[in-house]
Ligand binder design. Structure first.
Ligand code: ZN
Ligand code: MN
Length: 478
């Protein structure tokens, strides 16, 4: 039987998180607004109004294009994409067509299996979002709040070879969007939407069978699921000698299956032409330079630098660069600590990440600042507190916002490093452990651990263990 491989391309629509819409001053984020409250004559397409381009949308679009290694066109154009649909009150969408501000580009995907996939970008442009329709019984309702929200549409080449690779693309894109601060990138809220073109071909051949398009998938897991289902279905059809039809498929979340939808318009049906109400977009060198002057180090670069600069394992470096806040936190803590970066990483991955998840906070919102975390590590290193006190301090600092050393003092959490106090306890234990003392003195020196344990127990874990052992050795070897 023939082996088949999948050929997948993704079309994403990314809502930019600007304050206002792309061509008017209505609020862009309507997630919590009542229907049809963030609208005006411009975004609802009243006759005689004129759109004005929102510079913030261009800034965010350019940041994204730059991160995608796209060439940025100094002069680009807006066009009208004409189609009739109830959620599009103007009867056309203002979009960019043949001369978009972004030209080409790629995104590298490090796959968990160890290989890397480079995904090319064939389209990257600015456009306005349409409204939303909602069925309620016999009535179809329209919410225009989303009309005119700035979007970047980004289309990949047919470079993805599995459902996992498609999911990885979305994971890395979402990471990048949040890293750049250009989109909230929440698929459930529609900030990031994805359609997938899926086809198969015999391995080693470049003869593709007909492709289908999957639409309306609202989470990364569902994209993976839907594509997996569709690849299996296509292979089944081909093996059974059936034709694959150019269907548009709709993912049904609840039934976990794909449904056939209406067939789609072709490009010619859209009758694109230049938008006469907007001037061409000119990006000057000075403007580009200013916009890109604070461009951040990208997640993959930062991950690789963490591996080389701090000798972190790849696993740590990957986790610590999932979010920009977290990687900033890590580097600030390492700087404040001055000791082994791997120790900082352990505290972050085990304790701070859990704190973040439970508290619903980002790293920069923590009261346990990088400097406080470093202080705790230093207290442990110096033998002033033990490791478990160090761990309990993490949440105490987070709850109170107080400096670790202050909490150690006010709650007397510090280790007793008072020679006389430890000596008194050690003497008492030696007196009461005649058998163990004999065994130790006859040569079984490993028993020192047991003696130290007894001192620690007696002092409720607060004795400085190094000092306790020294004193015990001295007394036992007398
Ligand atoms: Zn408006
Ligand atoms: Mn589009």
């Amino acid at each position: 039987m023939t082996d088949y491989e999948a050929v997948i391309g993704l079309e994403t629509h990314i809502q930019l998180n600007t304050k206002t819409k792309i061509f008017c001053s209505c609020k862009a984020d309507s997630w919590e607004s009542e229907a049809n409250t963030n609208i005006c004559p411009i975004c609802t397409g009243m006759p005689g109004v004129l759109p004005v381009l929102n510079e913030a949308a261009v800034v965010k679009g350019v940041l994204l294009a730059y991160a995608m290694h796209s060439d940025i066109r100094k002069v680009s154009f807006f066009d009208r994409k004409n189609y009739f649909y109830p959620d599009l009150p103007k009867g056309y969408q203002i979009s960019q067509y043949d001369m978009a501000f972004g030209d080409g580009g790629y995104l590298d995907l490090p796959m968990p299996e160890g290989y890397s996939r480079r995904v090319s970008i064939t389209k990257l442009h600015l456009e306005e979002d349409a409204g939303k329709t909602k069925n309620s019984g016999e009535v179809r309702m329209i919410d225009f709040n989303r009309c005119g929200v700035p979007l970047v549409e980004m289309v990949t080449g047919p470079d993805l070879r599995s459902a996992d690779e498609a999911a990885q693309y979305l994971i890395r894109l979402r990471q990048l969007l949040r890293w750049l601060g250009v989109s909230e990138a929440d698929m459930e809220k529609g900030h990031l939407r994805c359609d997938a073109n899926v086809s198969i071909r015999p391995v080693g051949s470049d003869q593709l069978f007909t492709k289908t398009e999957i639409k309306n998938v609202n989470s990364i897991d569902n994209v993976r699921n839907a594509i997996e289902h569709e690849i299996e279905r296509q292979i089944r059809e081909v093996n059974a000698g059936n034709k694959i039809h150019a269907w548009t498929l709709d993912w049904d979340d609840e039934k976990n299956e794909l449904k056939k939808m209406r067939s789609k318009e072709t490009e010619a049906d859209y009758r694109y032409f230049r938008e006469p109400d907007l001037l061409p977009l000119h990006l000057t060198d000075e403007w580009l330079q200013a916009t890109l002057s604070n461009f951040p180090e990208l997640p993959l670069n930062r991950k690789n630098r963490f591996i080389t600069d701090y000798q972190l394992p790849e696993y740590d470096a990957d986790l610590l660069t999932l979010e920009r806040n977290l990687s900033d936190y890590f580097e600030n803590a390492v700087k404040a600590y001055g000791g082994d970066p791997k120790k900082v990483s352990n505290y972050l991955m085990n304790d701070v990440l859990r704190m973040l998840n439970e508290g619903g906070k980002t790293a920069e919102q923590l009261r346990l600042t990088p400097v406080y975390l470093a202080d705790i590590l230093k207290l442990v290193d110096a033998g002033k507190i033990n490791t478990s006190t160090g761990k309990s301090l993490l949440s105490k600092v987070e709850e109170t916002g107080k400096a670790p050393s202050m909490i150690v003092e006010s709650e007397s959490l510090g280790l007793v490093s008072d020679d006389a106090a430890i000596r008194a306890v050690a003497e008492k234990i030696i007196l009461n452990s005649i058998k163990e003392v004999e065994t130790y003195r006859s040569g079984k020196e490993t028993l020192i651990g047991w003696f130290t344990g007894q001192v620690m127990k007696e002092m409720r874990g607060k004795a400085d263990p190094k000092l306790a052992q020294e004193i015990l050795k001295e007394l036992l070897n007398r």
